[in-house]
Design a protein around this ligand. Sequence first.
Ligand code: FES
Length: 292
Amino acid sequence: MSCQSQPGGHVIGFGATKRSDKWWVAPLLTVLYIGVALGYGTWAAFQGDHYQAGPYLSPLYSPTLFLDPNAVGTAGGIFGHVWFGEFPKWWLEASWATFFPPSPALLILPLPGVLRFTCYYYRKAYYRSFGFTPPGCSVQGLRRGKYRGETGLFIFQNIHRYALYIALVYNGILFFDAAMSLWHPDLGLGIGVGSVVLFVNASLLAAYSFGCHSFRHLFGGRLDCFTCDAPSKIQHGTWRFSTWFNERHMQIAWTSLGFVMFTDLYIRSVSHGWIPDLNTWGVSLSAAGLGG
Ligand code: FES
């Protein structure tokens, strides 16, 4: 292909490049992966039921702020995880509730969603894959007006550090849920495959937070000297801890995103009775098996 060059050696035209490798594979996979994850997450959030199986609570529904008393496989009964009781009647009885159901996930997912959307790594991924600005290194992207970075339309990206602070609270709640999954109110202490899934999920999401650039700045930034006194040495240690995760932030971002969807799917499947959960209690944890 003959290409017209411009100063700097770049070629002109959308998608034009002198690269001979398959540069388009990464953005294509990104679109597919994010599309599947978003599609599943949206579907699961709008279900409003079967998000609990025995002591296992789906991370997409935690914390469960309100409960729909008519939904099956929810966070009520002896495994109650509900913070504020039932959804208000005006929502439960609204005509539009068919399309916008009283689902606890719809109340809490926007917050971790903001963390992902404003994540420094995801910005790179979706600016390339969805925005084509540009789609890859040395690949001509869409022509835009004057470049203003994230000082214009995307200035909201600066709320990222606050989204992280909230996410750290979520991380604690998810570990609490995982610990609670070891306790059956009638049968006592035990463990099942679902507990392991919940612990892995909480660990991956914590690893994602630990590698956040804002986390690294929070614990390692604002220092002129890492070794001047005891507090600065401790801070240096946390900075190095965060750096380990930060260097793997992309991999952890993808793994944790996929695993949180898998965790919901696992618990949903057990609650529906589609698959059994192997556990030391030796009982079925499906909603039907629990009588509700
Ligand atoms: Fe990715 Fe903060 S979560 S940079």
